[in-house]
Structures are given as C-alpha cells and as structure tokens.
Design a protein around this ligand. Sequence first.
Ligand SMILES: [Zn+2]
Length: 388
Amino acid sequence: MITREELRQLAQLDLPENSAVTFYFQPQTPQNKSHREEQIQVKDLVREALRRAEKNGNNPSVRADLKRILELAERLHGNHARGKGIFACSAKGIWREIDLPKRLKRTQLYVANRFHLRPLAAVAASAPRCCVALVDRERARLFELWLDEVREQAEIASPLPRTGRTDGFAGYDAGHNERHVENQAMKHFKNVSQRLQEMHNARGCDSFILGCRDDVWPQLEPHLHTYVKQKLLGRFGIDPAVATADQVREQAQRILEERNASEREALIREVVGSAQRNGRGKIGLRGVLEALEQGEVQTLLFGEAFYASGSECSNCGHLEASLPDVCPACGQSMRALEDVTDAVLRRALDANVGVVYIGPNPEFEKTGKIGALLRFRADQAKSGKIAG
Ligand SMILES: [Zn+2]
C-alpha cells in the first residue's frame, strides 16, 4: 500500500544524476503471456536500460539496482494477483518495493534523475480509502477498502436479549421486553456509528459505505452521526451474516466508481467552465504551471492522455512549457524534460495540492489534458475581485 505521504517522500528525494531506477511490474494473465515471456520482457527492459546507462557513463549504483531487479523478476512467478513498483537508488541506499493493484498500463523500467511517479500517482489518486460497514440489529462487520483490497478490520457484537414464549416468561410484560430489545438495537446502531467515526480519525478513511438488509436500513439510518451521513457514499442490500469479502468488494467498488465518476465529471465541468470565464479554473500546461508557482492550485487534474515536453531550471526548479535559453526566474540554465508530468506531480505533492487522475475523457482531452482548480486567483485577489 502507498500513502500520499510516502508518495510525497519519494517525489522529494534528491538523487544523484541519472541514478533513480523505477520499475513497474504489471502481471499478465496467463492467456496473454506465459511466465517465460514475462521474464524475457523484463530481461529485455533491463538490458536496454543498462545499454543506455553505459552511454551516460558507467554508473555502479544503477548497474547494481538493475541487477537486483533482474533477480527479483526471476523470482516473480506467473499469474500474480498484484503488480509491483520498485524505487531504487543504491547510491543513496534506497530500495522501496510497493505492492500495487493490477491497474498499471504495462511493465516499465526507467533510469532518470528522479523516480518516475506518474503510474503510481495515477493508481493512488484514483482510489480513496473507504470504510465499509455491514450492519444488522446485533452485529456489525467493519471492512477497509483501498484499491482492489478489502480487509475485515473489526467486528462488533451486541447480542439482543431473546424474547418470546421460549424464555419462560409467557405473557410477562411483552411490551416491556420489546422496548428493551429496541433500546438495545438502537444502542448498537449508535455504537457502530461511533466506531465508524473512530476509523476515520485513526485510519484516515475518507468515506463510508453501508451494507445491510433492506428492512434494517430505516431503523439504522436515524442513528447515524451527522458526520457519518455526510461522508456516506451509498448503501447496498446484503445479509451481513453470510456476506463474503468478495461480495463486499464488488458492491462497494461499484458505489465508489459511480461516485468517483460523477465527482470527476463535476470537477471537469467546473474547471473547464470557469477557465473559459477566467475564473477558478486553469486549463493547459502553461496556465497550470503558472498557477502552481503562484500557490493558487487547490486540485490538479491530470489526464491519462497528457504528455508534454518542457524544461526545468537546474538552479531554482522553475518549470516551463517551452525550452528558453535561460530561466526567466533566476537566469540560470534550463534542462529539457521529455515529459514534464513527474516534475509537475512533484511540485503538486510538495505543495500539498490534491491530485485527481482523469481517465479517458474526450471533453477533458479536447480542452488541454491537464488542468487545475484554483483556491483563488492571485491577480484578482489583488484587485479585489472575487473569482467565480
Ligand atoms: Zn531558475
């Protein structure tokens, strides 16, 4: 698992030139490719990377890291459930392996000045951490969902007192018993709600999804804390007593996907719409870079189709969409970047800016493939205008 904080740390590392080795492994299903072919593919990538590294001067750190990746690839057996990301720079004693869901585009290997984080950011940015609670009148099962992984975290049991003829008190104040049972159930629902809030605080769950039988929902809903209601993404019908983890994942992911898709749509509409009105949106690399430097960006939107060359100042880190002779900010020399995405992501993570990954989306691609929602506009704030 990868947290935003880890991502930020990887982005911030200052590494010696051409010694950051990044490897992404996307397992193939056996129908597509045999394990052998998979290994040959990795070997080819490593050989090619070695060849290029030699051209850039012999670098023992890179050689060692590539060799280790090759060894690791030989141990990876076919038909893996998970992908992998490796971030290595033995010159600095760094070797970080991260298990990833099988959502990478392909197996890739890079040697550069810094780690290639785009695929990792794409995976992490499109997946909030979410708590799923299955609830019935006397039990609750709490799951954590992140990416493709669902884990049962806790169980709450508040058994109801048994009532009815079998308890030997036939006829004894049945009404009293019923009220007692109702009170117990109500306490249980409140307790569950409390635990959800605790999970948010302790484990950083961004949102909640509930699963329960349809007849339980009207009893449960009134007892949810306001906070839980606000962060509730949806509910699905299920019997908690017999539900499997796979069923939970399937249902919760469906709700999450729907929710994410509609949030992304709304964000794109807002950014594209207000960029045209000169408001809180910026579209296109030039505008986004400016806004990042001004500290205006609240959320960065980067599209799947976004690739652009640019340049970076070797002295102050200033980014440009073009390649000027000298840095407009400090006058030092600029370094060409084949793809500026990693540099832009690093800037965004440094500034604690939200990053949203936009998958295939014709509307967004038509307008510029990269965009930003701004907190404010520096120019308009100065002149006292309110951005809209
Ligand atoms: Zn500069």
